[in-house]
Design a protein around this ligand. Structure first.
Ligand code: CO
Length: 131
């Protein structure tokens, strides 16, 4: 093999390793940030005036909302992986839905309703429904 060809191949391999490392490093850091934000929201007071929830970077945002009874909440999957909105008390389960797809649920009872993703147990959210 000619030296120039070998150098080109080694350079290409190094570039692939660096680009791959950057991709996973950056996406991993973004996921870490989103998850940290999700968990901080779960320990804080619920956010009011929001009916749209994102499932993005393997985290729920905003993860803790408060709505009046009769409100329809919409969840949107922003990830390449499928997610679900599965209520811990069994009252509803979206099943898996894909990137760009949404799930809606109308809350008809007051209370605090916690949900998770069946694929990613770290994805957790809460809806506080007021009478
Ligand atoms: Co998920």
């Amino acid at each position: 093999m000619r030296t120039n060809t070998r150098r080109w191949l080694i350079g290409g391999a190094i570039t692939v390793v660096i680009v791959t490392g950057l991709y996973f490093g950056i996406s991993g850091y973004m996921g870490y940030q989103e998850t940290a934000q999700q968990n901080a929201q779960l320990t804080a007071a619920p956010i009011t005036g929001v009916t749209q929830v994102a499932l993005s970077n393997f985290a729920v945002g905003p993860a803790n909302i408060q709505v009046p009874i009769g409100t329809t909440v919409t969840w949107t999957n922003g990830d390449d992986a499928p997610h679900s909105v599965t209520f811990n008390n069994g009252m509803a389960d979206s099943g898996l839905f894909k990137k760009g797809q949404t799930y809606q649920y109308t809350f008809t009872k007051a209370g605090t309703f916690t949900y998770h993703c069946t694929v990613h147990p770290g994805m957790v959210g809460r809806v506080v429904v007021t009478p």
